[in-house]
Write a new protein. Structure first.
Length: 236
């Protein structure tokens, strides 16, 4: 798949609006989450076909555990289904799976299937697909600060060595390209604890359509909008 504009190297997507999408159809929220999972397959394939280097998806935040248990259980089942059903095709298409967040918070069967997907695809050279699960940007930054503080305490580094590059290398995204673009669906206009450090100079695009309605064509249209922006990174 070819486009006539410059693509971002690293795209982050806040996949918002599944529950509201279901509600407008008189369905339970889990119906919307399943529709969202199906849309996820299309977006990942499109990003891979376009030649995007990295795609990071906000799938389950540290705050999402507060949702009703039946909904959390349904989300866990969908996660299991996604990895079990899609991993072979992702592997054939050279997609490299990464996880952002803390696996320790998940049930054993979920953490095992994610770890297996990461191991199976670790040598792949295509799209780097990072799935943020049990992820929160504030906790990520706290973890980085603790790691750096420990190294200072143990005389592995000096305080003067702490800079933006060092901090970036302690984040979950340390091996990924700079974050160029964040897309959020469903009309909300906030980051919701997603890649806040990495987003310092990212372009932000908010679309009104909920995630299940975020079509491949709309995705490409959003990427075109990004290409038409003048990124100055604080300069003139």
């Amino acid at each position: 798949m070819k486009v006539d504009f410059t693509l971002p190297k690293h795209i982050g997507i806040i996949m918002d609006g599944n529950g509201r999408w279901a509600k407008t159809r008189g369905k339970m929220r889990v119906f919307g989450h399943r529709a969202g999972m199906n849309r996820l397959k299309g977006i990942v394939k499109t990003a891979s076909d376009l030649g995007v280097s990295a795609l990071t998806l906000y799938a389950f935040s540290t705050e999402n555990w507060r949702r009703p248990k039946p909904e959390v259980d349904a989300l866990m089942s969908l996660l299991l289904e996604y990895f079990n059903n899609e991993i072979d095709e992702l592997h054939v298409n050279r997609v490299k799976i990464r996880h952002l967040g803390e696996l320790s918070g998940f049930p054993k069967n979920i953490s095992e299937v994610i770890s297996s997907a990461i191991e199976k695809t670790k040598a792949n050279t295509g799209l780097q697909l990072s799935i943020a699960l049990n992820y929160g940007s504030r906790l990520e930054i706290v973890s980085a600060v603790k790691s750096i503080a420990s190294d200072v305490k143990n005389n592995k580094i000096s305080i003067d060595e702490i800079d933006t590059e060092l901090i970036s290398n302690r984040l979950y995204t340390k091996d990924l390209p700079e974050l160029d673009l964040i897309i959020r669906t469903s009309g909300e206009q906030r980051l919701s604890n997603f890649l806040m450090y990495q987003a310092a100079y990212s372009e932000l695009v908010f679309v009104k359509e909920p995630w299940p309605d975020f079509s491949d064509d709309l995705f490409i249209q959003t990427l075109r909008e990004y290409s038409e922006r003048n990124r100055r990174f604080g300069g003139i």
